[in-house]
Design a protein around this ligand. Structure first.
Ligand SMILES: Cc1ncc(COP(=O)(O)O)c(C=O)c1O
Length: 450
């Protein structure tokens, strides 16, 4: 008998209380945080859907492995476990640990890019774009047109526009393109997957021009499961086999293990290129740490080594994708505009369609995120004009689901809160910036309602 209900594939062993606040308190807290939810104290949040990054609940196996952490400065046994786990899935020759994804990005772009270069990606994540631009290179987003249309039901909306990539390389010349990146899944574009077919086509273009292909692999397990569900010929393969096939198309990757590494901290950089690995390790030693720990404790390396395998378990991925889709289905059934189909790690509200009376320049996503907090203590994040400035093609509010943290009743509550805000959407006002930093301004910007 196959039951319809897809249950959480775990029992809860340790609990952490969450706390209610009154609407007056939340209104005051919002003013004090200058309407930027990053500036709220976490204890004033009931359900925190700010990010799925570093917020996972770890398993008993991960905690047990952490007790075995070898904290030796050099040659730690934990690094060897970590290296073998990464190698077994990703298959690249060099595994360079880093404290999180952006540390891997900084090292990669410092070593591979220079002023005047161009880096194509399906969609750069905010830290990726910032790290590319920081070395004076240009970050170009080349997702397929369907990926920019929130209502479009294309099964692989994270795919790269292959013709657009070929034209770009033709226009700027292959010498100015030090690498091409594919972000799996495409976080900024709605947590949408990339197909093996598309990655193969991108790889072919890269090979033709002698350009290496790198993956931003944060949510590689969710991407692999979408391929299993949606791409012909992959129904019978395991998520691990699919991930291995994907990574075999590339020359390396950056990874934030705070996502599909199921860990609270950690990341890595991989490459098949010996000369690059040498330079990357030199830079690692300068800023992150010795190459057998890269800014992580031995116990962190252990947690990631176990977490990478757990993220690929089919029971887990079935529940993960189903519970995210559950949230999307229940709000879109009431007319709430979301990026369709639901992504792997998050539901993205389409703030431009939710609040059509607020122009992108008045930050509809920021306004909507503030209202969700005011209504029910839910923290989300704007991915739009505040985050990307004039590069923003959509204004989204991301409700990211931490891994293995919330149960279905928490999600039912979130549905209720969103629907309450939906009912009074016409009264919501836009925002204006009163203070902003030159890079990654969304983290610290201060805003005011218009
Ligand atoms: C697609 C993508 N790339 C890179 C990163 C950066 O990773 P980290 O936050 O570990 O620095 C993130 C984090 O959210 C991400 O989603």
């Amino acid at each position: 008998m196959e039951f319809k209900t897809i249950i959480e594939p775990f029992k809860i062993k340790t609990v952490e209380p969450i706390r209610w606040t009154s609407q007056e308190q939340r209104s005051q807290l919002l003013r004090e945080a200058h309407y930027n939810l990053f500036l709220l104290p976490a204890h004033a949040i009931l359900i925190d859907l700010l990010t799925d990054s570093g917020t996972a609940a770890m398993s008993t196996r991960q905690w047990a492995a952490m007790m075995e952490g070898d904290e030796s400065y050099a040659g730690s046994r934990s690094f060897e476990r970590f290296r073998l786990a990464v190698e077994g899935i990703f298959g690249y020759k060099h595994v360079i640990p880093a404290h999180q994804g952006r540390a891997a990005e900084r090292i990669l772009f410092n070593v591979m890019c220079k002023k005047g270069d161009v880096v194509p990606n399906n969609t750069h994540f905010d830290t990726t774009r910032a790290n590319v631009e920081y070395v004076g290179a240009e970050a170009v987003d080349l997702v397929i047109p369907e990926g920019k249309d929130p209502a479009n039901l294309h099964p692989f909306k994270g795919n790269m526009d292959v013709a657009g990539l070929a034209q770009l390389i033709e226009r700027v010349g292959a010498r100015r393109v030090p690498l091409v990146m594919l972000t799996i899944t495409n976080n900024s574009g709605g947590g949408q997957p990339v197909s093996i077919e598309n990655a193969s086509a991108v790889r072919d273009i890269c090979r033709r021009h002698g350009i290496p292909l790198y993956f931003d692999a944060c949510r590689f397990a969710e991407n692999a499961y979408f391929i299993k569900l949606r791409e012909k010929g992959y129904e019978q393969k395991t998520p691990k086999q699919i991930a291995q096939e994907m990574f075999a198309l590339g020359d390396g990757c950056t990874m934030s293990a705070k996502k599909d590494g199921m860990a609270n901290i950690g990341g890595f950089l991989c490459t098949n290129n010996d000369a690059l690995a040498q330079q990357e390790e030199n830079l690692l030693i300068l800023t992150e740490g010795y190459p057998t720990y890269g800014g992580l404790a031995g116990r962190d390396l252990e947690a990631v080594a176990v977490g990478l395998e757990e993220a690929l378990e089919e029971d887990y991925l079935r529940y993960r994708i189903a519970s995210t889709a559950y949230l999307g289905r229940h709000i879109s059934a009431e007319g709430v505009p979301i990026v369709q189909p639901p992504g792997g790690h998050a539901i993205y509200l389409d703030a431009r369609a939710f609040l059509p009376h607020i122009a992108p320049a008045s930050f509809p996503g920021v306004a909507l995120a503030a209202e969700l907090y005011l209504e029910g203590g839910i923290r989300s994040v704007e991915i739009g004009t505040l985050m990307f400035g004039e590069h923003a093609t959509m204004d989204l509010v991301r409700l990211a689901i931490p891994r293995r943290v919330y149960t279905q009743s928490h999600i039912d509550y979130a549905v209720e809160v969103i629907l309450e805000v939906w009912k009074r959407r016409e009264k919501i006002r836009g925002m204006r910036i009163v203070h902003a930093a030159p890079f990654l301004r969304h983290f610290t910007a201060q805003l005011q309602p218009l």
